[in-house]
Write a protein that binds this ligand. Structure first.
Ligand code: GTP
Ligand code: MG
Length: 170
C-alpha cells in the first residue's frame, strides 16, 4: 500500500554503549554478553508494523571507536532518524552522546528524528547518569528519551516504534 516506507536510521554513540546490542535485540531478538566491537559500520534491515503502515528500517550500526569518527557523516547523511546511545553506568558515554547530538544539529538533516537512549538500564546498581538529567537534556534539545536494556529487551522495540510513528506521514 501507499503506507509502506523505507527509513534510513543510524545509531551513534560511544564504544561499548550497546549500539550493536540494541540492533541485535531489535532485529534478531538476541543478546550476547560478549558482543564484538564494531569495525567501520554494520548494516541491518528490519520491517516494523506501525498502525496501518509498515516501516522498513535500513539501519546503520556505526563503530564508536574514535578512529572511526570521520566515517560517521556517510552514515547519518540523509538519515530519517538517529538513535544516540549512551551507557547509564558511564558519565563519559553521556558526554559523548551530547557531542553526537551537537554534531547532528550542525551537520545532520534538519528534519531528522532523534532519540536519546540510556542503555544498560538493567545495571541500576552501577548507574552514574540519572534519568532526570538525561530527560531534561533531551527535552531541551527536542529529542525523544528512553532508557533501554538490550539485555532484558526493555524499551527496545518501543524506541523503534516511537520513531516509526513519528516519521510516517499523516
Ligand atoms: P562499538 O561497536 O565498539 O561502538 O560498541 P557498541 O556500542 O556496539 O556496544 P556493544 O553492543 O558491542 O556492547 C558492548 C558490551 O556491553 C557488550 O559486552 C554487551 O554485551 C554489553 N551490553 C550491551 N547492551 C547491554 C545492556 O543493555 N545491558 C548490559 N548489562 N550489557 C549490555
Ligand atoms: Mg558495535
Amino acid at each position: 500500500g501507499h503506507n509502506n516506507l523505507n527509513a534510513k536510521l543510524v545509531l551513534l554513540g560511544d564504544m561499548g554503549a550497546g549500539k550493536s546490542s540494541l540492533v541485535l535485540r531489535f532485529v534478531k531478538g538476541q543478546f550476547l554478553e560478549f558482543q564484538e566491537s564494531t569495525i567501520g559500520a554494520a548494516f541491518f534491515s528490519q520491517t516494523l508494523a506501525v498502525n496501518d503502515a509498515t516501516v522498513k528500517f535500513e539501519i546503520w550500526d556505526t563503530a564508536g571507536q574514535e578512529r572511526y569518527h570521520s566515517l560517521a557523516p556517510m552514515y547519518y547523511r540523509g538519515a530519517a532518524a538517529a538513535i544516540i546511545v549512551y551507557d547509564i553506568t558511564s558519565t563519559e558515554s553521556f558526554a559523548r552522546a551530547k557531542k553526537w547530538v551537537q554534531e547532528l544539529q550542525k551537520q545532520g538533516n534538519p528534519n531528522m528524528v532523534m532519540a536519546l537512549a540510556g542503555n544498560k538500564a538493567d545495571l541500576e546498581d552501577k548507574r552514574k547518569v540519572t534519568a532526570e538529567e538525561a530527560r531534561v537534556y533531551a527535552e531541551e534539545n527536542g529529542l525523544f528519551f528512553t532508557e533501554t536494556s538490550a539485555k532484558t529487551a526493555v524499551n527496545v522495540n518501543d524506541t523503534f516504534y516511537e520513531i516509526g510513528i513519528t516519521i510516517i506521514p499523516l
